[in-house]
Design a protein around this ligand. Structure first.
Ligand code: 3Y8
Ligand code: NAP
Length: 248
């Protein structure tokens, strides 16, 4: 009897949860607990870490999980690594639902960097208006360049003081081209820093930067361990042994 654990926290995970609920498959949706009010899901939901690999392995055993679907964000590398290790330890089938990286389109002006430290180093020395659309957790390296006028975007209002002066937009996305153009024009943004998240939910800022002819410092994804990986909900449902109305 199938009992699936969805490691969620993304729009793709939400679409998968809806399909699994529609199919009547026994499943649990898991959030890491990063935001104050995560979106409701049509499945029983748990919030918070498992306690590393051993905690996840114990959870799989205690909850008699038969399948794990890693539908976390491509930058949630620690969760993905833990899922590979815990599923190997418990002999539990694992699949990753992971959207393809964004590819440069004609007219894009990307400076591709390996990580957030390299992104900060890639900014110019002369003061500029910079849109840091990479959330809250990994902004500290930009304190090394306080000469810039930063605009940040968080899901929740900041709880502590920031490592550098910045203007914070509080919004959870998904975002539209129109709203991104308005944000960037109103603030005279000259540089955009983004993660190569893939998917639709964060891509509007990339289209807006292209429209405005702005450079984008694009942070590449972290390396993840080998595991079975698909890009569509229908393929996950097939893997679970269910055909869907999406066709597969
Ligand atoms: C808690 C669940 C949905 C899901 C929405 C997607 C789209 C909007 C784009 C920008 C980039 C960023 C950030 C982003 C996007 C979707 C999707 C996506 C980027 C929620 C959510 C959780 C989180 C966690 C949060 C991180 C932060 C990253 C903001 C819910 C809304 C910047 C990633 O304050 C914090 O600690 C926030 C942390 C991880 C990255 C960071 O380091 O700050 N996501 N985002 C999940 C959990 O607890 O398990 O609250 O409902 C989910 C979504 N975020 O359809 O409703 O699917 O990608 N999320 C990035 O791309 O760099 C925003 O502003 O342009
Ligand atoms: P991370 O750094 O890879 O994970 C750090 C720890 O957080 C994990 O080891 C685990 O704790 C816990 N955790 C993460 N995701 C979890 C989940 N879905 N369920 C239960 N515990 C989870 O993760 P992150 O990058 O902070 O991402 C956290 C969440 O936000 C994920 O759900 C992810 O899908 C979502 N998200 C992240 C981004 C991003 O840019 N990183 C963007 C959009 C959405 P334990 O070791 O204690 O088990």
């Amino acid at each position: 009897m199938t009992r699936a654990l969805i490691l969620g926290g993304t729009s793709d995970a939400g679409q998968l949860a809806a399909e699994i609920a529609r199919a009547g498959i026994d499943a649990v949706y898991s959030y890491g607990g990063r935001t104050r009010a995560p979106a409701d899901q049509p499945l029983p939901t748990r919030i918070g870490g498992f306690g590393g690999v051993s905690g996840l392995a114990d959870y799989i055993r205690c909850e008699t999980i038969t399948h794990v679907i890693d539908a976390t964000h491509p930058f949630a590398a620690e969760m993905s690594r833990n899922a590979v290790a815990a599923c190997a330890e418990t002999g539990t089938p694992l699949i990753a639902l992971e959207r393809a990286p964004w590819a440069k389109a004609p007219g894009d002006n990307w400076i591709e960097v390996m990580d957030v430290n390299a992104a900060a180093a890639a900014l110019p020395e002369s003061p500029a208006k910079v849109f840091l659309a990479i959330g809250r957790q990994h902004i500290a390296p930009f304190a090394a360049k306080p000469q810039h006028a930063y605009t940040l975007r968080f899901v929740d209002p900041p709880e502590a003081s920031l490592p550098f002066a910045a203007d914070v937009i509080v919004s959870r996305g998904p975002f539209t081209l129109q709203s991104e153009l308005e944000t960037m024009c109103a603030r005279g943004i000259a540089w955009v820093v983004a993660r190569n998240s893939g998917g639709e939910g964060a891509h509007a800022k990339i289209d807006a930067a292209r429209t405005l002819g702005l450079p984008v410092i694009m942070i590449s994804r972290p390396q993840l361990p080998q595991r079975k990986r698909v890009e569509s909900v229908a393929e996950v449902m097939q893997w679970l042994g269910h055909r869907t109305c999406l066709g597969a």
